[in-house]
Design a protein around this ligand. Sequence first.
Ligand SMILES: [Ca+2]
Length: 378
Amino acid sequence: MLTVPHWMSLVNVRFIAALSTRRQMAHCLSVALLLASLDSQCTAQQPVQGEVKQVPLGKEIHMEVLYLPPGEFLMGSTAEERAWATGIEGGATPGTDRESYEGDARPVRIKQGLWMGRTEVSVGQFRRFVEETGYVTDAEKPGGKTQCFDPEWTGYKLTTSVVHPWEPMPGKSWKDPNWAFPAQDHFPVVCVSWNDGRAFCHWLTERERTAGRLGKDLEYRLPTDAEWEYACRGGQPRGYFWWGNELEDGEGRLNISGIDLLPDRTRTWPLAKAPWSDGYSFVSPVDHYGERGRNGFGLADMCGGVWEVVLDHFDPKGGHEEPYLVSENRRPVCRGGNYFDVPGNARCAVRLGLMSDSYSDSRDGFRICLGRPITVPD
Ligand SMILES: [Ca+2]
């Protein structure tokens, strides 16, 4: 006797009963079995949370992306969290608009699963892109500049004026971000703009399609503002950080402004800071903190490390569920805080707008994702 697939119980029984011949009945059942078999194949191919895909970039350099299922989270922050950010532990400057850019916590749905880069794109990975394409970043173009640390900086003089240590510099780039130490392949790439990040993603998409490993239903791109925050929270609906609200529990998990001496100096970053050493005053290698530095989705350095430029443009009222892309006054959003930031500025909800699509900085890098294609206006 033929076993009727489970889903057949959903089929209109009267329709089956009304079939006039055994032949029609047999045809109906064979179609049903074919559909059931296709369905089970789809189920077998459906990735599961945390599944890892290794993406070869050539010359034995790889990139890891992890699968994030669809889900819902609370995007933004509460008044209580924003007060913490500018308080004694958070250390962010009070009285600015900055925290308001997060918007009040509201439910946001990620409707389609996506694959997210385990780490920020590294110098070694970005080098593969430049080697294959000859790409010239915005900072390297004629007249280009990138914001770098000024080695002459003597620290804030808070009673007289605030002089920041970051200066637009010509002749500096991802190849030489003006560190006081040599750039290394396992550091996150910095001094790259939104344009540069998108160019990397375009290259990777074309490379994977040419190799026959990628169809038209997905593309490598920058994550959207909402996808980034969903990824950062690592499956927790909300919290100041992906591990929760306790700053102390962040020890050994991330690189922010801690009690690390600046190279060749007897001082640390000034102002409020994490009360422990994270081992680095500037960038640390990607995924340096191992399992303890990975969130519930297995993603490393979501908070701290370097700012991550995302696909959306900046709306000061808060991030959007669907990509927010404009044609004029384009200011890409960056997320997650950086090695120089105080804890209050490296929370999951923090978002800032960069000056332009071509702006770059030695505190800013990017992370890629593999997700549904999104059209960006010129
Ligand atoms: Ca980061």
